[in-house]
Design a protein around this ligand. Structure first.
Ligand code: NAD
Ligand code: UDP
Length: 322
């Protein structure tokens, strides 16, 4: 059935792909974004589609819309982006969630929150299961994002319990792919950009810290699945459980791109999680989902996209780490 769907943060890396998928499925899609970390080019190809609408709006302010489903994706996600204005980051997670939950409550819409593996902080439990309550430094540089997302989960559960709002919560682990902002400072975008322009690849710390990288299309399959499953609120981990060290990722980017870049070590940012890997048993059980795209294939597609863009078209909202 055709739904009226709101995607907040719909011009971003994940949001724009989600909008594209939902438009192609025939839904009426409203993309709402304040373009803090994204640009209109991510959705410009959708503007002439009759079932797509673009609104410039900041979710920390109220808005009145009539929709059936809401994907709440709005929030800066790269460490350099969310630390740029940490107070605004918290407001986006907290005030933004309250505003969007208000829309859902008024319309009787189902609302999905894009939460994060960062709710686990620097985890002592490995791999991370949903029942693990996390180890977040509440006064650290990452707290504006981690604690904001934790409060958002609390708000979602309280609107669900107190006001019967139909909520869904997904905890997204590191996801990469085309339309990542080339200057967002995230590891995949940084390494690919550095490799393609012939710069050294910057390994923070000794590069032994791990992440598990999920390709964008797999991620979108899972969140659309979660939005449309009945009788399951979550939270559910969504990510690729294959774990790599950051040094292995750098070597893979060099191998696939054929770059001549050298690896150079730079200081490790504070509170950088040491190990991260999702346990996805719950997603498999409830959604029948597991990722399909291996890292080498996803990196190949992402590198091809980076080769197709003009880096000068992207503004750098934050200073680089190096
Ligand atoms: P992104 O920065 O590309 O997208 C976020 C979008 O939200 C941008 O278009 C930005 O302009 C918009 N936005 C930010 N603040 C806003 C506000 N106050 N009002 C309206 N729009 C606002 O990042 P992404 O990787 O696409 O992440 C999307 C969502 O998924 C985020 O909520 C993020 O926390 C979550 N997430 C992503 C990952 C990942 O690895 N990509 C991992 C965990 C969670
Ligand atoms: N990282 C790195 N070099 C870079 C960017 C990031 O070594 O140029 C490391 C970073 O310290 C972290 C990992 O890569 O250990 C993932 O960083 P990212 O910012 O992508 O996301 P995080 O999972 O930390 O939120």
């Amino acid at each position: 059935m055709i739904q009226r769907i709101l995607v907040t943060g719909g011009a971003g890396f994940l949001g724009s792909h989600l909008c594209e998928r939902l438009v192609n499925d025939g839904h009426d899609v409203i993309c709402l974004d304040n373009f803090f970390t994204s640009q209109k080019t991510n959705v410009v190809h959708l503007l002439d589609r009759p079932n797509f609408e673009l609104i410039r709006h900041d979710i920390t302010l109220p808005i009145f819309l009539e929709v059936d489903q809401i994907y709440n994706m709005a929030c800066p996600a790269a460490p350099g982006h969310y630390q740029y204005n940490p107070i605004k980051t918290i407001k986006t997670s907290v005030l933004g969630s309250i505003n969007m939950l208000g829309v859902a409550k008024r319309c009787g819409a189902r609302i999905l929150q894009a939460s994060t593996s960062e709710v686990y902080g620097d985890p002592e439990v490995h791999p991370q299961v949903e029942s693990y309550r996390g180890s977040v430094n509440p006064i650290g540089l990452r707290a504006c994002y981690d604690e904001g997302k934790r409060v958002a989960e609390t708000l979602f559960m309280d609107y669900h319990r107190s006001n019967n709002v139909d909520v869904r919560i997904v905890r997204i682990f590191n996801t990469y792919g085309p339309r990542m902002h080339p200057y967002d400072g995230r590891v995949v975008s940084n390494f690919i950009r550095q490799a393609l322009v012939g710069e050294n690849i910057t390994i923070f710390g000794d590069g032994k810290q791990t992440r598990s990288f999920c390709y964008r299309d797999d991620l979108c399959d899972a969140i659309i699945g979660m939005m449309n499953v009945d009788d399951f609120v979550g939270p559910v981990n969504i990510g690729n459980p294959v774990e790599f060290t950051i040094r292995e990722l750098a070597e893979e980017v060099i191998r696939i791109s054929g770059a001549k870049s050298k690896l150079v070590e730079r200081p490790l940012p504070s509170d950088d999680p040491t190990r991260r890997r999702p346990d996805i048993s719950l997603a498999k059980e409830k959604l029948g989902w597991e990722p399909k795209v291996p890292l080498a294939e996803g990196l190949q597609r992402t590198i091809e996209w980076f080769q197709s863009i003009n880096l000068d078209d992207y503004r750098a909202p934050t200073p680089n780490y190096v």
